[in-house]
Structures are given as structure tokens and as C-alpha cells.
Design a protein around this ligand. Sequence first.
Ligand code: ARG
Length: 565
Amino acid sequence: MQLFTRQVIDLLTPPLAEHLSPTEIAQLIEVPKIAAQGDLAFPTFRLAKLLRKAPPLIAQDIAQQIETEAFDIKTDGAYINFFVKREVLAETVVGTILDQADGYGCSDEGRGQRVLVEYNSANISKDMHHGYIRGLMIGASIYKIAQCLGYETVTINHLGDYGINFGMIIVAFKRWGDREDVERRGVSALNELYVRFRQEAEDDPTLMKEAREWFKHLEDGTSEEAHELWTWFKEVSLRDYDVVWRKLGSHFDSFAGEAFYSDMMPAVRQELLDKELIFTEDGAELIDLSSENLPNIIVTTSSGNSLYITRDIAAAKYRKDTYDFARNIYVVGSEQRLHFQQLKAILKKMGYDWYDQIVHVDHGLIMLADGKMSSRTGEVVLLNDVLETAIERTRQLIEQKNPELVDKDEVARQVGLGAIAFKELYTSRIKDYVFDWDDALSFEGETGPYLQYTNVRCHSLLMRGGETEGEIDYALLDDDFSNELIRELAQFPETIHFAFERYEPALISRYLIGVAKLFNKFYQQVTILSNVPAERTARLALVRAVSQTLENGMKLINMEAPKRM
Ligand code: ARG
């Protein structure tokens, strides 16, 4: 009901001119949870002291001074309740949606502020398994929501391209690998080499020793060969990841990963020493985080190596310097919660007041019915296979249900991938959930295809309705079904706002399901293609507004909206 706040402020400003500024009035306005308390409400408690009068009397007094055609005004104790008249509601909401079109729901509340969204952060040489879908979807959605709210955005894939693992894969490749095979089978071949190394290293300790040496070469830059292999592993991996990213519409502005920060390690260490944050234990260097009620953390190993956390300290500082972010968001699974708590605590101890602009958007796991998901043993389901299966199964469904459909391939892609996207963003991000095919691809209930299908229904009505002529008479949208639906459409901007503040795209997914359900009720109860031209015109305008809202919302949760299916 944000759409009406401005009008209510304007109505309240003259009678309150001596006591409250428009900004103060705005801060006091509430959106009641119960319909009987109006669309917007103004509490008078704050004025009691100033006016030396009981709040209910003040409420009545002010209410009497307000003249308006747009609202019905009732007082309820200390509250003045504003009820938007149905016709006004219809005209404002539907009119705004048609007017703002693609922009409906968005705002410029983030103008001038930069938000970084780090997500995916893939580990080079490892398969992109099904488990990655969660972070990919949450990250891309938060990025789109931030853009819609007018923030400047930078998306980052903080690649896991550094560490002893690369020593292992070099050793494995040199012993058992084949260049052509890796070129042909891509990252899976590298992943297999890694798995084999792990297995063989259990019986042969020299392997680990060799791996350490190769990693050292990589670190010092003393081996051309090591560097060449590492660069190639990265190319091969990114080539395969890109196939998945393209399907999902993932976008990254930066791929600065762990290796990128490796040469900043001495400076970070020096800064920590200068700020007297380091103590030594068994040759390793640690930071004492007891004042933050967190476990102490090693930042330099006894052999002088930096760690994951050390690189994250460098990365945070670099990002602040480079991007001057208002928020630096990390979309990473909840198993790394402690890591990010420690990162924030360290930055705080280092004296960076922006430490609280670091946001760990944590999320739960996706599990397969048979429970397998481990890159160490190689027992993984590849994300690309899941996406292809979703598309293929959808194609089969279309073949059964609608064999005449044109562009079957394109629609199968949009619906199959849409189903997967929706599934990920319907469960609250923090919850683990078990992935189930039938459930994800169903056209009924709370699924992506149901949303898309509802939108297709809108398009087919609009086509069948033909060109509508003349002014829209919004007074004709005053039946209960239209009214309830319009009220829901009005909630879209607030929904987007809160989805961002809580980093919870599921708020949008659930909202869209609500809109779709109300629309389908309206569709069943009201004759949209009425014989009365004025009715048909008004109702089709509402249908167009519903479709626009669904499409805008689907875009924010990484879904496409086919016009037929
Ligand atoms: N690549 C890491 C992993 O798979 C995740 C990186 C998260 N981001 C970060 N800045 N630490 O565990």
C-alpha cells in the first residue's frame, strides 16, 4: 500500500502542520495487518503530550478536518484508519502498473550506493555439481533485486583457484593424465585426476610431498610449467562452468579469486603485526578473537603459508578500496558461518568501521533423494545434467499435453529451467531440502510451471480479447475478486524491498504464487471476456497488470516467461 502513503501524508499535513513535519508523519504511518483497520493507519499517541488531549479525541478531531474523495476515513480509538475506495485503488494500482510496465515494483531507493554480490565462487578443477544450484540462484536473484532497487551492482565469482589442491592435480596430471582427454572431457577429467590422487596418496606418501613442491613452485612463480598447467586447468574449468552459467543466465563482473589475492599476503600479515593482533603458537600465527566470543584463528601456518581466511581479509580490503561498497554480500552455504563471523571480527579488530557492511547470506543444502553429493569421491550429480534432464522431461510433457505447440524447444528450455529456478527460491534460503523431480516439474501447486502457466493464461485472454477501445472505467473493477487481486498487486514494491533487506528471494516467489492463485480465482468467478465492452476493457486491463507483475517478478527469481506453453 506504499502507493497511497504519499496521499495520506498530504491529507494529514495541513491539520498537523504545527506539530509534525511530513517526514515525521511518514514515519508514523502504519500498514495494518487486519483489513478492518484500513489500508493505512495513523496513530495519534505521539500527539497526546503536545496537545494535552486524549489520543482518541485527537484522532476524531483530525479525522473531521480531512476532506478526501479517495479514502473512507474511520477512527478506531487512537487510530485514524484510511480505507482506499475500490475505484481509486483500481485506478491507482492498475494505472501505475500499466504505466510503469517493466519498471513496476522497482524503485531508486538504492541510488548512489554500490552493492557487491559474490556468489558461486567455484573451485577450479572440480565438477560443478548439483549442489551449486542453490547459491547460483540466490546470488543471481539478489543481484537482480538490487539492480531493480537502483543499487549499482558488481557481481563476483571468487574463484577457488589457489592452494595445495593445485599441487595435487599437477602431480596427478603428470603421472596419469592425458592432454587430449582433458581437452575433450573437460573439468570432469580434472576432477577424476584429483580423486585418483586422493586415493593413491593414501598408500604412497611421496605423492603428497611432490604435491607440496609443485604448489610451492606455483606460489613462488619459479616454474613455468606449473604456471602453464594451472592456467590451463582454469581455462578448461571455466569453459565448462560457462555452459551452466549461460543456461542459468548467471552474470559475473569479476572473477578475482583466491589466487588474485595471493601476492597481497605479506602486506596483510604486516598490517596484522603492526596492529598487534597476532600471537604465535607452535610456530603458527593466530588472531585472538575471544573478545568477540569466537574461536581464535590461524592466519599463517607454521610453514609460513597464508590461509583461506587470510585471502579473504585481503579480498575484503581490496573490494572496499576498489568498489567502495555499501554492502559486500557473500552468498555462501551456512557451513561457512563461523568463517564469515571470524572475517568480520578480524576486520573490526583491524579498525575498519565498514566491517558491518559485510553480509554473509548463508543458505542450506540441497539434497538428492539418494543422498549423494561429494566431490572427494567423485560421486556427484552434475548440475549441467540436472538442467538438461529438466529440459528433456519438460519436452516430453509438452509432447503429451500440447503436441501442436510451436517453438517446443524454446518453451521446454524456459519451463524446465524455470522449474529448477523456482524450486530453489521457494524454500527459505536457510532450509535444507530434498530435490524431487515430479514435484519440481508439476504444473499444479506451488511450482514454476504453475506461475508460467498462469501468465500464459493471461496472454491468451489478451489475445482473445482483441484490441480494447476507449477509456478504462476503473469503477467496473469493484467486485470482491477484482478488488482482492488488485490489493495483492499493490504489495509488489514492498515485497521487493523486503526481499532485499532480508536477502530472501523466496518472499518474491511466495508473493507471485499468491498473485497467481488470486488471479485464477478471479478467472473462474468473473467473466473476463464480458459482452459488455466497458467491462471487458476494464477486466482486460487488470489481466494485463497481472501479467506484467508476474513477468517482472519472475525475472527477479531467474525465470523466463513464455507466452505460450
Ligand atoms: N570456494 C569456496 C568453497 O567452495 C567458497 C568461497 C566463498 N567465498 C569467500 N569469499 N570465502 O568453499
